[in-house]
Design a protein around this ligand. Structure first.
Ligand code: SAM
Ligand code: SF4
Length: 436
């Protein structure tokens, strides 16, 4: 989401006449787009700002600004604490950046802030510049904000209320990308399945939007992230089943395998509901991979709750998981009402157990892939060798293979689809060979 936001910022600033620099050394202004979801994300940004101070000592006119969720969360506090900052700008105020930068330049030394949240801003009319693009895969932001208020989560406070973008602008952006040679788009939102648009009697929900984007061309792959389990409808699964170019991968963050924890987290579903959704996915899309997010050591989590999470992992057998230690965030429901009472070493132990189990499951899942063939969208050179390429299958698994088929025939090219047979694997990657 931040990456897509940086592309919007890039577009706003290039339209205003600024250019992109490749390194901070070449830049007149460094803008850091930030995440506030966990404390360690924020600490990394603080570290970066302090590192840049050394560069500022050598380059007196270098200015630094903070964008995104940390700017929204800390506002003026951030500028007091990091006095080498010239501006802070929240996620709904990016259109004001050219004006803020001009003001910083005019009144050197005076700090500028724009942190107002909006109920309508979607940047729908802005065509993002594609930063560091491979020309093959791109993100499209389809909605902003979130109002689910999960007890641990800072997003509703830093990104404001949920709002959906005009579907026609989304379809147009995807079509333009396809015409320029892109072959995969990922539709982004904090909870994409609650996407909802209505204007003058014209309505569009998420399954309808997916059908419209997938209908652009069968050679355009469509992915999406993230879906909330409470809103994962059969209608969406039906649309996915009807469109082979909608990728067979669903990211379905579970957060915990204990009903007591889910209730305390205000996730609005139970383990039983979640497993019913997993069964529905397997029924409609038998070859679909499922991935998740999980939090270890939320308030009052007992050993029994933790074991319930491990049990759920054994049941669902995820292909991939993003696994986190609980981090208390100021302003959230948990911060106001629930104790952060699991000692850090205990959180780490639980997290490590989940990581070890998931590593084993991912490896076992990958071993089942040996001998299978997949259509792979070739994305680029493998970082280990120029002779090898990598791409992903519909299930979002990375495959690495020789550029030239062993049995002879044309070399694979970036941005094209090729068939690859899986010959070996690790827990993270499938190794394969091109098939004629
Ligand atoms: N909207 C998505 C959802 O609800 O599934 C996720 C958005 S959040 C940016 C990504 C993940 O960060 C969450 O799924 C959760 O696992 C994790 N997360 C959020 N707040 C956290 C916190 N306070 N401590 C640890 N992990 C957190
Ligand atoms: Fe945060 Fe919950 Fe919204 Fe996801 S759904 S962004 S976890 S509040």
């Amino acid at each position: 989401m931040n990456f897509a936001d940086s592309e919007v910022v890039g577009s706003i600033l290039t339209t205003a006449g600024y250019g992109l620099a490749d390194t901070p050394e070449e830049a007149g202004f460094v803008l850091i787009n930030t995440c506030a979801i966990r404390d360690n994300a924020e600490q990394r940004v603080r570290h970066r700002v302090r590192e840049l101070r050394a560069l500022q000592n050598r380059k007196k006119d270098l200015r630094i600004g903070i964008l995104g969720c940390m700017a929204e969360r800390l506002q003026d506090r951030l500028m007091t604490e990091e006095d080498n900052l010239s501006l802070v700008c929240g996620p709904d105020a990016y259109r004001r950046l050219p004006e803020l930068i001009a003001q910083v330049r005019r009144q050197s030394g005076e700090q500028q802030a724009a942190v107002e949240l909006s109920t309508t801003e979607t940047y729908a009319d802005i065509e993002p510049v594609r930063l560091g693009s491979n020309g093959i895969t791109a993100y499209i932001s389809i909605m902003r904000g979130c109002q689910n208020y999960c007890a641990y989560c800072v997003v509703p406070y830093t990104r404001g209320r949920e709002r959906s973008r005009d579907p026609q602008t989304i379809v147009d952006e995807a079509r333009t990308l396809f015409e320029r040679g892109y072959r995969e788009v990922t539709l982004l939102g904090q909870n994409v399945n609650s996407y909802s648009w209505e204007e003058q009697g014209d309505t569009c929900d998420f399954p309808e939007l997916m059908a419209r984007v997938a209908g652009i061309d069968p050679r355009l792959r469509v992915r999406f992230a993230t879906s909330h389990p409470k809103d994962l409808s059969d209608k969406l699964l039906e649309v996915m089943a009807a469109h082979p170019n909608i990728c067979r991968c669903i990211h379905l963050p579970v957060q915990s395998g204990s009903n007591r924890m889910l209730k305390l987290m205000n996730r609005k579903y139970t383990v039983e509901w979640y497993l019913d959704r997993v069964d529905a996915i397997r029924r409609y899309l038998p070859d679909c991979s499922i991935t998740t997010d999980v939090i270890a050591g939320f308030s009052t989590e007992t050993e029994e709750d933790h074991q319930a999470t491990l049990d759920l992992f054994r049941r669902v057998r995820y292909d991939y998981a993003y696994m986190f230690k609980y981090s208390l965030r100021e302003g959230t429901y948990a911060w106001r009402h629930l104790a952060d009472d699991i000692p850090d070493e205990e959180k780490t132990r639980r997290l490590n157990e989940i990581i070890a189990l998931q590593g084993q499951i991912a490896l076992e899942n990958n071993r089942l892939e040996l001998g299978r063939e997949y259509e792979v969208l070739v994305e680029g050179e493998s970082h280990r060798s120029k002779e090898r390429l990598f791409g992903r299958n519909s299930q979002n698994k990375v495959l690495v293979f020789d550029r030239i088929p062993a049995a002879g025939g044309p070399a694979a090219e970036e941005g094209t689809y090729r068939r690859v047979r899986v010959t070996d694997c690790t827990a993270a990657t499938l190794l394969g060979e091109l098939v004629q």
